[in-house]
Design a binder for this molecule. Sequence first.
Ligand SMILES: C[S@@+](CC[C@H](N)C(=O)[O-])C[C@H]1O[C@@H](n2cnc3c(N)ncnc32)[C@H](O)[C@@H]1O
Length: 280
Amino acid sequence: MEPEQTDAKATPGHAAVAGHYSTGSARERIESALRRAGKDPDRLDAHDLAMMEDFHSSGRFATAALIELAQISAADRVLDAGTGIGGTARAVAHQAGCRVTAVDITPEFCSIAEWLNASVGLADLIDVQEADVTALPFADGSFDVIFSQHVQMNVADKALLYREARRVLRPGGRLALWDVTAGPRQPILFPVPWAERPELSHLVSPPELRGILAAEGLEVQVWNDLTDTSAALMRTVNSGPTAPLGIHLFVPDFAIKGPNLVANLEQGRARLIQAILVAV
Ligand SMILES: C[S@@+](CC[C@H](N)C(=O)[O-])C[C@H]1O[C@@H](n2cnc3c(N)ncnc32)[C@H](O)[C@@H]1O
């Protein structure tokens, strides 16, 4: 069953976030890379998308671990909040066989997500909508599970973000997070994958994040700081050759932003939190 739609308007100021993620050339670059790899861009296997699927720290390892922790069943109604080009939504739909609603504020990413969902044969299970995660166009209690990986660092008003998440979750529903938070040493080094400049980056410390979630009725079930293992993994990946199909195809200057993320983690400027919260 599709979630009941309501009217919602994007929060002013979030256009700058969409501007940060838009290049106008991402689809063309991805299509060219796929053709160079001998693939038909309109008839892909999920595995063809490889390292492009996960625009967050630790890539597919993090997505797979979060899907396992969230214990999704085929009957669950899932929201991927801030889907990007849709890799998490595809992984969830493919693995659990459930319906996924995927929202993002960046129109260019929404249109690529729709193309790739159709190309890998998941268009019937995934509905993509352009929407702001702080003003979701869905009725109360529409979802059993919300996934959100590496999105809240672009959102200044985190109380509003999680109030919306709590509102659209049914009581007892789960919020699955994989997120960047502030470390004890500040400021962070820019540019990073989510921001070229400080105005777009809104990091809070892990205890602050936990406090905001609790205040909005989201109770911690799992809370893991995976900074050190994730930084080590990404350092190893960054030291190897650039994969032909990777997020550098749609993230300008990723060769600088990726290593900067690792440096922020290693220098105590940022921390990575994996969490499952329950709507109480
Ligand atoms: C670093 S990417 C992560 C994408 C995806 N979750 C993943 O892990 O592959 C951050 C995404 O969050 C989206 N985003 C940021 N703020 C948003 C907002 N207020 N509403 C909806 N999407 C937002 C951006 O457009 C971008 O696609």
